[in-house]
Design a protein around this ligand. Structure first.
Ligand code: NDP
Length: 234
């Protein structure tokens, strides 16, 4: 396969693993990054997904180099954990603006070309806590639950154009995001994971590779848990 792929937040963590997996399959992969250096061997386009003008400019750059985006992975995301009583309105709205509205911005920009091509594969990276809930993460869980309704609505709107939209729901995956949790909290979390351990970024990358590949041509609107059994489909 040699498709034009864009992974948001593909400079590190889960996004980088997805980008490397799809590049290894032969795709032309671009990643967005906000600061620092883009990863070696991939086309890096600077973009903050909270800014529509930057999103548009990033897509233009990818289109000029690799052609219209055929596979979009909306992966970029942030946490700003806080108990509700202490959560500021900015803590809430900035997480929604990145995780949910950011995915809206990139999906909206991507479907233009996909509709013209009558082909597209979109994967949204949600989280197990979107459906399970998580104390201290009301903002994050709301944003990730929102991606399910958003993605399933797109799946219905765009299916007739041969554009599939699926949602991957990772559990705890070892990245910078989870390294921020202290050791006691990590031990506590592992007690609730049937497989008894955190997943690796490759676990998510292989799932995204399947969902964007020919084996998943007839799958759309699905929420795929990759969580060691933590959510059991919830
Ligand atoms: P990291 O914190 O390691 O990486 C986050 C990525 O998102 C970085 O590339 C970051 O870019 C990018 N990003 C954040 N905000 C923006 C923005 N405004 N514009 C553009 N890029 C942005 O996270 P993970 O790799 O762990 O997580 C990736 C996705 O997976 C997230 O959506 C997360 O919610 C989800 N997830 C992660 C889980 C886990 O256990 N790790 C579990 C469930 C879901 P930069 O380097 O510039 O900051």
């Amino acid at each position: 396969m040699s498709r034009s792929v864009l992974v948001t937040g593909g400079n590190r963590g889960i996004g980088l693993a997805i980008a490397r997996e799809l590049a290894a399959n032969g795709d032309k992969v671009a990643v967005t990054y906000r600061s620092g250096e883009p990863p070696e061997g991939l086309l890096g386009v600077r973009c903050d997904i909270t800014d529509s003008a930057q999103v548009d400019a990033a897509f233009k750059e990818v289109e000029e180099t690799h052609g219209p985006v055929e596979v979009l992975v909306a992966n970029a995301g942030v946490t700003k954990d806080q108990l509700l009583a202490l959560m500021s309105e900015d803590d809430f709205s900035s997480v929604l603006d990145t995780n949910l509205t950011g995915s809206f911005r990139v999906a909206k920009r991507a479907v233009r070309g996909m509709m013209r091509k009558r082909f597209g594969r979109i994967v949204l990276i949600s989280s197990v806590v979107g459906l399970l809930g998580s104390g201290g993460q009301a903002n994050y869980a709301a944003s990730k639950a929102g991606l399910v309704g958003f993605g399933r609505s797109l799946a219905r709107e765009l299916g007739s154009r041969n554009i599939t939209v699926n949602i991957v729901s990772p559990g705890f995956i070892a990245t910078d995001m989870t390294a921020a949790l202290d050791e006691d909290r990590q031990t506590e979390i592992k007690k609730n994971i049937p497989l008894g351990r955190f997943g690796g970024t490759d676990d998510i990358a292989r799932t995204v590779s399947f969902l964007t590949g020919p084996g998943a041509d007839y799958i759309t609107g699905a929420v795929i848990p990759v969580d060691g059994g933590m959510g059991m489909g919830h």
